[in-house]
Design a protein around this ligand. Structure first.
Ligand SMILES: Cc1ncc(COP(=O)(O)O)c(C=O)c1O
Length: 294
């Protein structure tokens, strides 16, 4: 059977210390991830076998785990596990994503941390990533909606409690858009699964790091690319009332990379074409990825 059409049941995943068929994974209904979304996740991109900024992703998981007071806060071993998953699933020369999840583990349902602490549940899976849909969005740009940020005040932790993100993204889809940008106190903070950037007077602006946004690994990378490309950057709030002054808007993230925005709340932006900053950053991104592989 060709590798590309490998059915789900042949997927080898990592679960609590072992590699196994995905179908054999057995998660307790008492798992606090299931009961309380008491856990964290990460998504890492693999470009034909090269993991992109894996250490930064795993450090972010460690940061979240420290704040959630999980028993385990060092996830560095997952990098090796990611590589093993790519090999075991014949994905070393394909584009892929690695999904990792850790929860506080399984224990009788009760709000406080269980005593004694159960072993954390750790799961990892590699999936083939078809780059074409994302490429198409990068070429054509995407439409966004804006929506009230109903999330909690610890968006800097990548927890699996994604209900507001799911609802916001669904609202976008129902309105024919691809991403929803959260607005809190008049500030356009970030997307449901991406960070948000806009260009004002030739300066690329993005929300400063705080508890109200996820410190995106791509956001950081884009800010590095801006330095390399001599693009001025300001990390400051983007007020919704000022967005009509922006000459460009874009989202950035692990799967979206840099994608220009060509419409907001049903209003066409830039006559429906991504702008020069998005194009320049996309080219720099591709170049950086190419040089990773060589
Ligand atoms: C809410 C949110 N903000 C930003 C991002 C972008 O983060 P990264 O660049 O690390 O993928 C994500 C990614 O899933 C996200 O869920």
């Amino acid at each position: 059977m060709p590798k590309r059409n490998m059915p789900e049941k042949n997927t080898i995943v990592y679960f609590n210390g072992k590699f196994m068929d995905k179908e054999k994974v057995c998660i307790s209904p008492d798992d606090r991830g299931f009961l309380f979304a008491d856990g964290l996740y990460e998504v890492i991109r693999s470009y034909r076998g090269t993991l992109f900024r894996a250490k930064e992703h795993l450090n972010r998981m460690g940061y979240g785990a420290t704040h959630l007071k999980l028993g385990t806060t060092d996830f560095s071993e997952l990098e090796e596990i990611a590589r093993a998953l790519l090999i075991k699933n014949n994905l070393e020369s394909e584009d892929a994503t690695l999904y990792f999840q850790v929860t506080r583990g399984a224990a009788k349902r009760s709000h406080p941390f269980p005593q004694p602490a159960p072993a954390p549940t750790i799961y990892a899976v590699a999936s083939k990533f078809d780059p074409d849909p994302a490429d198409k969005k990068r070429q054509n740009g995407i439409h966004i909606i804006t929506t009230a940020d109903t999330r909690w005040a610890r968006c800097d932790m990548k927890t699996t409690a994604l209900t507001p993100n799911i609802l916001a993204n669904q609202e976008a889809v129902e309105q024919g858009a691809q991403e929803a940008i959260f607005i809190r106190d008049g500030v356009m903070l970030e997307g449901s699964h991406s960070n948000f950037m806009a260009v004002f007077d030739n300066v690329l602006v993005t929300a400063p790091l705080s508890n109200y946004i996820l410190g995106g690994i791509t956001r950081k990378f884009i800010l590095e690319l801006c330095q390399q490309e001599n693009i001025r950057v300001e990390e400051r709030p983007i007020f919704e009332k000022d967005i009509h002054l922006a000459t460009e808007m874009m989202i950035v993230g692990t799967t979206t990379e840099v994608t220009g925005i060509v419409g907001m709340n049903d209003i066409l932006f830039r006559e429906g074409k991504p702008g020069p900053f998005a194009r320049k950053l996309q080219a720099a991104y591709v170049h950086a990825i190419e040089s990773l592989k060589s």
